[in-house]
Ligand binder design. Structure first.
Ligand SMILES: C[S@@+](CC[C@H](N)C(=O)[O-])C[C@H]1O[C@@H](n2cnc3c(N)ncnc32)[C@H](O)[C@@H]1O
Length: 364
């Protein structure tokens, strides 16, 4: 009901009021609990614009853990069970967040390391330059299905173009015209995320039209990218200055043309799962009919009424019996079993029938 809107207020009380089971993907960039006690000065005596905002102050780890548990519980309530959640953080908070995620029943999929080549140095030289952040990607539960546009993500592999993308993403810290500034030219927000990061996240895990939630919206990065990628979005943010700036920023964004390649690749659908039994139920095959393993193979199996097949004394799914006969650890039965087309007399791969069923289901 709150789609394409920023709700100004405390995420902890707003999340329980959102519709249950209504969100396809969550991006959350919660306070980090950086515990910065002192101002940081550069060697040239200029003050570092560090994250020492009031919104990042907690009375210790227990208070931070409690806060994390409450907002994650609220987010879980609005997530569809096919949704995934991305949470960004630093070494200060990400491990605590990861533990709580697991305790609440989420299932971790990956942790992306965001490498920031233009990160600020460690001016005092007491530690390594802190040039990474982490983004945990988790699904609703161990059993749940989820969206992953694996092929679309290959376009972001800068080192091996066209190959599978890994978990280290090199993206500069947000700057230039993308960075929102106040009237004094100072950064409006200390932790505005780069749009490139959100673009990858949304293309990886959602389709155009999906609903994206960001409970700590800040300057509206998630919504700006969601709008450009033709996703629907919901944002929550407590601070009025950020809300005002985010609304202006989002209003200025134009959605990409529907035929834009970033939308096309992202909307590549995961093929629908078709149980073998559906082929019998829809009359494409019938019990007693024989299947052949390989177009020119000698081994055959007979189809049973319950959707299993039998070859000699082995009974099971098309995959299991195929693997057994091939003496292989696994076998994609759709690709290896053939049936005889009753009209043409030709031997055809089972997968052609699966595709026919998928086409019919699309039309229903
Ligand atoms: C790390 S920043 C998010 C920055 C954002 N990703 C961006 O690109 O601008 C966290 C934000 O959460 C907001 N915030 C903190 N606690 C909140 C709460 N309980 N409810 C809503 N917003 C909160 C802060 O005001 C801050 O803007």
């Amino acid at each position: 009901m709150f789609q394409n809107r920023i709700i100004q207020g405390d995420a902890l009380s707003i999340l329980p009021a959102l519709d249950e089971n209504s969100v396809d993907v969550v991006f959350a960039d919660p306070p980090y609990n950086l515990q910065l006690q002192h101002e940081l000065w550069r060697p040239n005596m200029t003050l570092v614009d560090a994250v020492n905002d009031a919104w990042d102050q907690f009375d210790g780890f227990d208070a931070y853990d409690h806060f994390t548990r409450v907002w994650l519980t609220g987010v879980r309530h609005v997530m569809k069970d096919t949704a995934t959640i991305w949470i960004s953080g630093t070494y200060h908070n990400i491990f605590r967040v990861g533990t709580i995620l697991q305790d609440l029943g989420f299932w971790l999929l990956n942790t992306v390391t965001w490498f920031k080549p233009n990160a600020m140095p460690n001016f005092r030289g007491t530690r390594f330059k802190n040039d990474v952040e982490f983004v945990i990607w988790a699904k609703y539960s161990e059993q749940s299905a989820y969206t992953f546009n694996h092929h679309a993500m290959k376009q972001f592999n800068d080192f091996f173009p066209g190959k599978q993308l890994g978990c280290v993403w090199t993206i500069p810290v947000c700057g230039g015209t993308e960075r929102l500034r106040n009237t004094d030219g100072q950064k409006l927000h200390s932790t505005q995320k780069p749009e490139e990061l959100l673009q990858r996240i949304l293309i990886a895990s959602s389709q155009p039209g999906d609903v994206v939630l960001d409970p700590f919206m800040g300057t509206g990065t998630t919504a700006a990218v969601a709008k450009r990628l033709r996703r629907r979005w919901i944002g929550i943010e407590r601070d009025e200055t950020y809300v005002t700036a985010a609304r202006q920023r989002i209003a200025a964004v134009d959605p990409l043309p529907a035929a834009h390649p970033l939308l096309k690749t992202a909307s590549r659908e995961k093929p629908r799962r078709v149980p073998f039994l559906t082929l019998l139920e829809r009359g494409y095959l019938h019990p007693g009919q024989r299947l052949r393993l390989g177009r020119t193979g000698q081994r055959t199996a007979v189809i049973l009424e319950d959707g299993r097949i039998q070859s000699g004394d082995v009974t099971g799914s098309i995959h299991r019996v195929g693997a057994h006969l091939k003496n292989a650890p696994s076998c994609n039965g759709w690709m290896h079993w053939y049936y005889r087309d009753e009209d043409t007399g030709e031997l055809m791969m089972l997968d052609t029938l699966r595709e026919k069923v998928r086409q019919t289901l699309r039309g229903e």
